[in-house]
Write a protein that binds this ligand. Structure first.
Ligand code: MG
Length: 459
């Protein structure tokens, strides 16, 4: 098969699809054989989130890895960052997590991590895909076939690692009351126990692992977290936290019941971490708020911006020895623990920041710089993308950045980012300004350009 006709299998964050349709047992077994052939040696840690197909797919992946001669540690149900932490710090040479993160319940997928626990790079994904398509599996014979064992230490190892990164005594002294919305996802098995150890008397919502995600779905957004908001008010809690399906992202609720977007809590942590570590390097993506730039400047830190995508943030953090990373969706990466997104690590750091402050959580957030933001998206097939981007570039007025898509600055407090999505046939628009009137005018102006170009390209 010619390379050009090969469909890309890895998306922005691993392989995703619907089990039984595009993610068949045969497909995952062969993908695991490709991954195992790429890794060359084991053992490889395999785990899954709470999706119904998790145990079956994990067995098929384990079989694929053993068939190419690698030993497999079976971790069962655990959060993605727990698997990644254990791969990095235990005797593993790689890991495969069966997860579709925050996607609806019918989806599942595979996320591959190298021996450092970090997602494989884009180049490595390409090598694995080529092995898969060429079927160049290094199959073992009857005596070199791999073995499998249950690894029962992963959750404890992960939880202890998080606790070792924060000042447990100081947090414990404050007797914080925390409501935790586990969303029936993978943090069910770790986060409540970490909070318990921090003396937070956690009140848990949607705490039973369930692949239907019956509570509020696998994706925590402000509109689906009314239950968390109500519970925080009812129980007089100091803070509320919600995780996504595989537990690598967290969203927070203040003591008044207000749910905050992930970039607000990430901004708070940026401020806290720079106060504790003056001059540190922070990595974020081009879609992050100017609030982050303002905080980094005020605290004398440094900032580096990548393309949108957690793999890009992780890899830039490693390359540049950054201390902290963040995404506008609330993903936070703390390098002393592991430079990947981790919802429970983020929660522990937020509690430490609260323990060191005399203010309630809402006031801590309100004291940070804030901007007006808007997001939009347009249906746009990949064939139309080049024409649309070309037209926007020709039209743009002001400074232009091209790290990912086009980021246009009409003035030094106002920007609009237009970029084709890596996972769907849409053009994503992020915009921010210090003033709502400027923001609205700019969104309207560029929306017209996009709509007009789309109309002309289809005719
Ligand atoms: Mg996730």
């Amino acid at each position: 098969m010619a390379t050009t006709s090969r469909k890309r299998l890895f998306g922005t964050s691993g392989i995703r699809g619907i089990p039984g349709q595009d993610i068949t047992l045969n497909f995952v077994t062969e993908m695991a054989q490709a991954v195992g052939t790429f890794f060359e040696k084991g053992p490889i840690l395999v785990g899954h989130d709470t999706r119904h197909s998790g145990p079956t797919l994990a067995k098929a992946v384990a079989a694929g890895l053993m068939s190419v001669g690698l030993d497999v540690g079976e971790a069962g149900l655990l959060p993605t960052p727990a698997l990644q932490y254990c791969v990095r710090n235990m005797e593993y040479n790689g890991g495969i997590m069966i997860t579709a993160s925050h996607n609806p319940s019918q989806y599942n997928g595979m996320k591959v991590s190298g021996s450092d626990g970090i997602d494989t790079t884009r180049d490595e994904e390409q090598i694995i895909e080529n092995i898969y398509y060429d079927k160049k599996f290094r199959l073992a014979d009857w005596k070199t076939v791999g073995n499998s064992f249950q690894d029962t230490k992963t959750i404890r190892t992960y939880s202890e690692a998080i606790l070792s990164q924060v000042n447990v005594d100081e947090i414990r002294k404050r007797n914080f009351r925390v409501v935790v919305d586990l969303g029936n996802g993978a943090q069910c098995v770790a986060a409540p126990y970490i909070l318990e150890h921090l003396n937070c008397k956690p009140i848990s919502l949607n705490a039973q692992p369930d692949g239907d995600f019956p509570g509020r779905g696998a994706e925590p957004t402000p509109d689906v977290l009314k239950g968390l908001s109500e519970a925080v008010k009812t129980y007089g809690a100091d803070i509320g936290v919600a995780y996504d399906g595989d537990g690598d992202r967290s969203l927070f609720c203040d003591e008044k019941g207000v749910i905050h977007y992930g970039d607000r809590s990430a901004a708070l942590l940026t401020d806290y971490i720079l106060t504790q570590n003056p001059g540190a390097l922070i990595v974020t993506t081009v879609s992050a708020s100017q609030a982050i730039d303002d905080i980094v400047e005020a605290r004398g830190g440094e900032i580096f911006k990548t393309k949108v995508g957690s793999v890009d943030v992780s890899n830039a953090m490693v390359e540049r020895k950054a201390l902290f990373g963040l995404e506008e969706n609330g993903g936070c990466f703390y390098a002393p623990h592991i430079p990947v997104r981790d919802g429970a690590m983020t929660s522990a750091l937020i509690l430490e920041a609260m323990a060191k402050s005399s203010k309630p959580f809402s006031e801590m957030l309100n004291s940070l710089p804030n901007y007006q933001q808007r997001k939009a998206k347009f249906e746009c097939t990949s064939e139309k993308v080049p024409r649309v981007m070309e037209r926007i570039a020709a039209y743009a007025k002001g400074k232009i950045e091209t790290i990912d898509g086009l980021k246009i600055w009409p003035d030094d407090k106002t920007w609009i980012l237009l970029r084709p999505s890596g996972t769907e046939p849409v053009l994503r628009v992020f915009a921010e300004s210090d003033r709502k009137d400027k923001l609205d005018a700019m969104i309207n102006e560029y929306s017209e350009v996009v709509k007009d170009t789309l109309k002309r390209t289809s005719s």
